[in-house]
Design a binder for this molecule. Structure first.
Ligand code: KIV
Length: 271
């Protein structure tokens, strides 16, 4: 029987065991009750309440505007839906950088007010103190290296990261640091596959890739992108599994047509 069938709740230890036994980890984003319920029932091991909610739920151009209160609202909705998945919540921009006490207070608010199981934050050495302090309170931390969307204005583009040997060396150092600090896993976003594979094979904690090739310990996608709800975002690494934007629009047009024609509601659809 696979680990997926044997376990009840997915924990940070489950993920480590999955890496050790060579079982791939599946992770998707979730921001609301109904979608989280479907993803959890499907058997996805990790649900990420990503700050990509800023883009796909709120329509902002970047992840920067979303607030801690808004993340807690999304996380609470996801937590109420799940029976099995590990729920990880992004610490939003401005709630952990450069101030470890503030970082701990932000993480504690997420854990207390939403019931989530872990937090994720972006960066390596630059956020070392924040990670240490959050971990010291017993809150599991997932790292995030490579393309870090909260630093978009520093880099100016969303292109592939760590293509130069200097940047690649920095990423490897940061991954080791995150492991040594005690992070339970790391998301590595949009870097050359060979680099991600090297990191995954040299460190013990699970590496979850997005645009980082197949030779890592698991994959994550933004659910709205893989379901085809967002139509404008089509990076090379994305596989689209449904066309829900078109399906929603078609359903809305059918409803509109039925309302206008008087076809809805019919005799059976009334009291
Ligand atoms: O916010 C998010 O959705 C993320 C994923 C892209 C990993 O951080």
């Amino acid at each position: 029987m696979s680990i997926q069938k044997e376990i009840k709740r997915v924990t940070v230890h489950t993920l480590r065991r999955m890496k050790e036994s060579g079982q791939k980890i599946s992770m998707l984003t979730a921001y609301d009750y109904s979608m989280a319920k479907a993803l959890d029932e499907a058997g996805i091991e990790v649900l990420l309440v990503g700050d990509s909610a800023s883009n796909v739920m709120a329509g902002h151009e970047t992840t920067l505007p979303i607030t801690l209160d808004q993340m807690i609202y999304h996380a609470g909705s996801v937590i109420r839906a799940i029976n099995r998945a590990l729920v990880v919540v992004d610490l939003p921009f401005g709630t952990y950088q450069g101030n470890s006490k503030k970082a701990l207070a932000s993480a504690i608010r997420i854990m207390k007010e939403s019931g989530a199981h872990a937090v994720k934050l972006e960066g390596g050495l630059s956020v070392k103190d924040s990670i240490k302090r959050i971990l010291s309170a017993g809150v599991p931390v997932m790292g995030h290296l490579g393309l870090t969307p909260q630093s978009i204005y520093k880099f100016g583009t969303y292109t592939v990261r760590a293509k130069s040997s200097d940047e690649a060396a920095q990423l490897k150092q940061d991954a080791l640091l995150l492991q040594d600090l005690g992070c339970f896993a790391i998301v590595i976003e949009k870097v050359p596959s060979a680099l991600a594979a090297e990191v995954a094979s040299t460190i013990d904690i699970p590496i979850i890739g997005i645009g980082a090739g197949p030779n890592v310990d698991g994959q994550v996608l933004v659910t709205h992108d893989m379901l085809g709800i967002t139509k404008e975002f089509r990076p090379r690494f994305l596989r689209v599994y449904a066309n829900m934007y078109d399906d929603m629009k078609k359903a809305a047009i059918s409803y509109l047509t039925d309302v206008k024609s008087g076809d809805f509601p019919n005799d059976k659809e009334q009291y």
